[in-house]
Design a protein around this ligand. Sequence first.
Ligand code: NOJ
Length: 758
Amino acid sequence: MKKRITAVMLLSFLAGANLSAQNKSSHPDLKIENKVDSVLRLMTLDEKIGQMTQYSSSWDLTGPPTDVSNEQRLQNIKEGKVGSMLNVATAKLTREAQDWNMKNSRLKIPLLFGLDVIHGYKTMFPIPLGESASWDLKLMEKTAAIAAKEAAASGIGWTFSPMIDVSRDARWGRVMEGSGEDTYLTSLIGVAKIKGYQGDDLTAQTSIAACAKHFAGYGFAESGRDYNAVNIGIHELNNIILPPFKAAVDAGALTFMNSFNDLDGIPATGNKYIQRDLLKGEWGFQGFMVSDWGSIAEMINHGYAKDKNQAGDIAVHAGSDMDMEGNVYEFELKKLVESGKVDIKLIDDAVKRILRVKFQLGLFDNPYKYSDEKAEKNNIYTKENLDVSLEAGKKSIVLLKNENNLLPIKSSVKSIAVIGPLADDKDSPLGNWRGKADPNSAVSVLEGIKTYAPKGVKITYAKGADLSTGERSFLRPMTINQTDKSGFADAVKLAKEAELVILVVGEDAFQSGEGRSQTDIGFAGVQDELIAAVKNANSNVVMVVMSGRPMDLTWSDENIPAILETWLLGSQHGNAVAEVLFGKYNPAGKLTMSFPRNVGQLPLYYNQKPTGRGDEIQDVTYSAYRDVKRDALYPFGFGLSYTTFEYGKIKLDKTTLPKGGAITASVEVTNSGKVKGEEVVQLYLRDLVGSLSRPLKELKGFEKIELNPGETKTIQFTIDEKMITFFTANQKWEAESGDFKLFIGTNSRDVQETSFYY
Ligand code: NOJ
């Protein structure tokens, strides 16, 4: 065994030495290329196909099981016929699996272990949709870095994150995993996460490979139904969906994952245009593309391939390099190469990409780099990590309504009733896609309130009703409690007795996530009745909404005086909520997805295009609904504070943007309230006439600032050609001359405007 490793390494070393002799500027990537080539030269076709095969562990499935037995899997690993495994974690288990490979396989090419580390490994951070509401890129980089550090200690070298699917439909359960409806913000957050996961030095023990997913269009699943078809045109694809992925390539994301959906009839997994021509061609992506779980074989169900053989043929030509738990490449690729349908060059290209990432991560130097028992003991679920989770939690909370400044809770309040099915839930705050979080390990809202309430305040608690009955888990559907109201009487009694009610309602963690689409985005089960009963008993109600998606809060907005959207904030959920309730932290979160007035408005998003019938509702011939207003209940970028901010007039240093030049837009923002607060100052542009109809507004910049009471800051934005460049009717990225509107404001609706010419 030792001999072979040495031979491979020696070859690599010689190749590297040769290179530096020829090329003095010995670029590290070129060294890696030579190493990759020298390993590739030693590989048989079976071993090459093996690198393109990824197995899941059988004990922790995140998709439908396939029928390769555990014995066969083990045997294949020993024969060097597996390149990666997912859903194997802990230093011990990954070490054992790596051992099967290293001690038995001919070439001893290290296995790469992947896992869905989406918003934490064991220390859970807010679900991504929630965290995006912080608009705090540094913070998001930090939480990703901690997630990477924890996962890396447990053997994981690759996370299937960030999910950078722009989505406009709250019915889709996976909106919890993304950063909302805006392309620009999603791009920036994706880049921050990639930096966090991959760090500055890929060979560091704490750096893991990121995976930009799902390429592409998954967030546009028709009617918000998971895995459904995506029917969009080339301009929308390029202008709205693809930019975060291009940004991910530029940020150095090591891997990509394709998606389950079809794109205008062609399944993404078999889509050559996006994967081979665009991503690997035009954008120059050097990493590898993993399929989504079984998505190669799913092209048969799509009616795009007649059998696995054809599916494999299509996928490999299109640029899918690794088959996740699909068993297509494993069984079909050899036949395809031998029959001449697939050129060995395609296989070599895929294998080189996979080997390249393994070299970049330093796995050839130390295949056990991530299986580090000591780091596992020291780096995971530390006080330090939990502190960052608290910081991220409170920064993600969005204050939606605060009539008569009911919040923060006055120090004079003597009794509080905490009511609701989620009030003492220690599990739902962990969210779906919860890595290796211990069940029930989060701080509940009730616990947080008890910790933060001033001494002497009487706190009572009643659940009111269960949200679900029976088992809750990643793979099984939940059963919602539709009938049992036996806890209502107790809840109503406590509500009557207390000065203030904190009503904690919303969604269970397993109402959002993969396969968790809903046609109803209101309060499930008996919650509506509970909310009404409690409100009748005591109108002094603060509603704490926990959810993985924008919910229909129209009734609540009309009837409840104060509403906090708290998402599912992870390990420190209850403490973060309590800090906001008691005013220890002044909320500053801003929505990254529009909250509709009702589900019928979906898909709903702020950056809509104008219609031929104008945007103002005047009579019935305008583009509107007859039953509700057409805009959002709470728009993109919206979020209140315990203080108020006043915006001065927008000033432009010039009103014509010169070619190659820039305009500086500035605005003064003053904290006109009584407490310190943070504000996200938002810049939007509109291109008035274009070769395509252009959105009414598009976010192009923002700055998060903190101001003391009475303090004023001047915020400056630089407007350049890049900001107005889009994928035009010429199918090129161009800036078109003409008139533009420029808006600055506190959310996408409440803005001031001015204009410029380019
Ligand atoms: C399917 C999901 O779509 C994908 O996002 C995830 O990474 C894989 N399963 C692995 O769990």
